[in-house]
Design a protein around this ligand. Structure first.
Ligand SMILES: Cc1ncc(C[n+]2csc(CCOP(=O)(O)OP(=O)(O)O)c2C)c(N)n1
Length: 485
């Protein structure tokens, strides 16, 4: 096995093209084997194999800084940065984290699993670099098209363009978050995907535009149509370039030699540059390639006999009773149990993208407009929208229901996924009622009560799994402090 001989990125640079392609196959096999056993993120990692290999051949990590947005797609990075032996312990107690981890490796700079932060870290590192860093060190930020729907990503892009910081942004575009990405920009990006010869066309169309006849100062109608088509082609590059960030691409994210050329060119660029890389989620593994819901983004599924399933059922009941009930998700329609609601009540499930802050304030607007919004979200992700919950919903006394899945300790999802702050924060919000079901059966009753009885905001929080029940005698009888002595 080639893979077992890779002790670090330098070993990758010694391999020829044929060996690299063999290595990519071995990596996919290893990831499928371990994730099928331990759970974790599958589709996202299978799609990022060649991209990760190219990054580690062109850049010199950890001196060059490679940052992964969200971090769920960093398994390949772990495998080629000296963690092959520990990989079977992925997400196990005492084993490798499911995300980058600063304690695990100097190649891991950031470790939070919340999306859309990477461009801000990159900007900060670039400022530090300029003021007192090694001028040769490069900063590379990898972000998915899904994570690019989050507000912080736009704030970061705007700032990078304005400051002209030396950051290489890799846009890993597979057209999906879990579900297809909610983004007009994403749609334009995917038109480029189906149009690889667009650069040639772009030049031709630009020439044509320059030669267009003007009739009484106005372009003719047919010409207007052509212009609209041209705009569609030019939109994504224009979007980045108007912000002051150079755009190159799109590149085939599974063609290693061409990716390496693209990355080398980007490395020689002054100022911020976006390298647009097209990848296929779940690449090389049939069940993931063919999963229509989320390309096996991860291996969690809606189980009967869970809080999520109870909530999913309760939404069908309440949705039928109340035509004004709408459901919101921040790019997680499947994991939050809202897909059945969306199928039963078309148009009443609103996916806002990975944009929790926007979701909360948008829910306030929906409530002001007479709807009863239910925002289903993991507890850990609501935390970033606390200001919106407090002011835009709470201060305005709007009847928004927050349904917080994964409240409390979440086990193998790791430190940044624990939902440990919602209770302390939500109980400070004006007019907020917090419900905490202790059985699946209570979920439906509490949703019903939150909608029927609460005139202001309400939250229903429940854990990922039922806590293990203790029986009489299980609870400690030894002297206090005995464990430490
Ligand atoms: C703030 C926040 N909300 C929700 C999530 C849950 N989540 C994890 S990965 C993901 C999709 C990411 O899509 P993309 O960035 O395109 O990466 P891909 O997996 O498609 O490569 C979502 C919604 C998250 N990590 N952070």
């Amino acid at each position: 096995m080639l893979l077992d001989k890779i002790t670090g990125p330098a070993d990758l640079r010694r391999l020829d093209d044929a060996s690299m392609s063999e290595l990519a196959t071995e990596i996919r096999e290893r990831i499928v084997e371990v994730v099928n056993k331990n759970g974790g993120h599958l589709g996202s990692n299978l799609g990022a194999v060649e991209l990760t290999l190219a990054l580690h051949r062109v850049f010199d990590s950890p001196n060059d800084i490679i940052l992964w947005d969200t971090g769920h797609q960093a398994y390949v990075h772990k495998l080629v940065t000296g963690r092959i032996q520990q990989f079977p312990s992925l997400r196990q107690p005492g084993g490798l984290s499911g995300y980058p981890s600063r304690a695990e490796s100097p190649h891991d700079w950031i470790e939070n699993s919340h999306a859309s932060t990477v461009l801000s870290y990159a900007h900060g590192l670039a400022v530090a670099q300029e003021l007192h860093g090694d001028p040769k060190r490069r900063i590379v930020a990898v972000i998915g098209d899904g994570s690019l729907t989050g507000g912080m990503a736009y704030e970061g892009l705007n700032n990078l363009g304005h400051s002209q910081s030396n950051v290489i942004v890799i846009l890993n575009d597979n057209g999906r978050s879990y579900a297809p990405t909610v983004s007009r920009l994403g749609e334009s990006l995917s038109r480029l995907r189906s149009n690889p010869t667009y650069r040639r066309q772009q030049a031709r169309l630009e020439r044509m535009l320059g030669e267009m006849p003007m009739v009484g100062g106005y372009l003719e109608r047919g010409v207007e149509g052509a212009k609209a088509a041209i705009r569609e082609i030019l939109e994504p590059p224009a979007f980045f370039e108007n912000l002051g960030v150079r755009y190159i691409g799109p590149f085939d994210g599974h063609d290693l030699p061409s990716l390496e050329r693209a990355l080398s060119n980007a490395a020689a660029t002054e100022g911020p540059v976006v390298v647009h890389v097209m990848t296929q989620k779940g690449r090389g593994y049939g069940p993931a390639e063919n999963d229509p819901i989320k390309n096996l983004h991860d291996l969690s599924e809606l189980k009967d006999g869970s809080f999520t399933a109870a909530f999913s059922d309760a939404m069908l009941v309440e949705g039928a009773r109340r035509p004004e009930l709408v459901a919101l998700t921040a790019a997680m329609p499947d994991s939050t149990g809202l897909l059945p609601f969306g199928q039963r009540f078309p148009g009443r499930l609103i996916d806002v993208g990975i944009a929790e802050q926007h979701a909360v304030t948008s829910a306030a607007g929906m409530a002001m407009g007479g709807l009863r919004p239910v925002f289903a979200v993991y507890s850990t992700f609501l935390t970033r929208a606390f200001d919106q919950v407090n002011l835009d919903v709470g201060l305005h006394r709007q009847p928004v229901v927050f349904v917080l899945d994964r409240a409390g300790i979440t086990g193998d999802d790791g430190a940044s996924h624990h939902g440990v702050l919602d209770m302390v924060l939500l109980t400070k919000v004006p007019d907020m009622t917090v419900f905490a079901p202790s059985s699946y059966g209570e979920v439906g009753q509490m949703l019903h009560d939150a909608l029927d009885l609460c005139t202001g905001p309400a939250a229903i929080r429940f854990p990922k799994t039922m806590p293990p029940a203790s029986t009489d005698g299980d609870v400690g009888s030894g002297p206090v402090g005995a464990a430490g002595s």
